[in-house]
Ligand binder design. Structure first.
Ligand code: DGL
Length: 255
């Protein structure tokens, strides 16, 4: 039994979608969420910058005594998870990656669009993942420059978002797409707009629940569950303090 909090990190507000899945699965745990909105978006920076920012973000959480860390950012995971694990051996570190596997394995010969940041798609970790399932599905990688930033700015619906998404989905107007994978933790907050502007029936999935299950497995395996009967606390921190009200709003948002 370990009452210390679990640290959850993202480049900004997006990781709150993962935090929600984690709190739903582990309601008795305390969580400390740190979003680095001052430096978002990570997905349009270069690899070395994202690595340095991610290491600093995790150090910020560790300095506050967390027992495990969830990197609730596909971009930071692809850029820095190996570095983090070599720097903090023994610390449970859970990353997130685009949910290509469940989408590709769900039915035969499906078409799967993976929406993610330019850096996630560029990195080797994602390229290997997509290649591993290309015999099971037609995996189409779709870098979404600017979309995470819209979520950061609170544009969760409206004309600018609709116009952006319509332009993005134009090439797929006549394709039979079965799945859209949300490969960036910011995108679940605009799931409704994605569905509306895609304009055809499609399944939309993300990796938050899988990440939460992985967190539970690791804590169980290491004997680190809090095991109390009272509900845990959720604390938000952000490198841009004026994002804290938005963090609360996203934590409670119906999407
Ligand atoms: N939320 C992050 C992810 O899952 C990226 C957003 C950003 O570009 O900062 O990839």
């Amino acid at each position: 039994m370990d009452p210390r909090a679990i640290g959850v990190f993202d480049s900004g507000l997006g990781g709150i979608s993962v935090l929600r899945a984690c709190t739903a699965l582990l309601p008795q745990e305390d969580f400390l969420f740190f979003g680095d909105s001052a430096n978002a978006p990570y997905g349009e920076k270069d690899l070395a910058q994202v690595q340095a920012l991610t290491l600093a973000g995790i150090d910020h959480l560790l300095a506050q005594g967390v027992k495990a860390v969830v990197v609730a950012c596909n971009t930071a995971t692809s850029a820095a998870i190996a570095l983090l694990r070599s720097r903090h051996p023994g610390l449970p570190i859970i990353g997130i990656e685009p949910a290509v596997k469940p989408a590709a394995q769900a039915r035969d010969s499906s078409q799967v669009i993976v929406m993610a940041t330019p850096l996630t798609i560029h990195e080797d970790k994602y390229q290997r993942l997509a290649a591993a399932f290309c015999h099971q599905a037609d995996v189409i990688s779709l870098p979404c420059k600017g979309l995470a930033e819209m979520v950061e700015q609170g544009r969760w619906e409206g004309e600018a978002l609709d116009a952006y998404l319509q332009e993005l989905f134009l090439p797929f107007r006549y394709c039979n797409v079965d799945y859209i994978v949300l490969g960036c933790t910011h995108y679940p907050f605009v799931r409704r707009a994605i569905r509306k502007n895609f304009g055809r029936p499609v399944e939309i999935i993300d990796g938050s629940d899988g990440t939460a299950r992985q967190l539970r497995r690791q804590l169980e395996g290491a004997g680190l569950l809090a095991q109390r009967s009272t509900p845990g606390r959720v604390t938000f921190q952000n490198s841009l303090p004026d994002r804290l009200p938005m963090s609360q709003a996203l934590f409670q948002m119906d999407y």
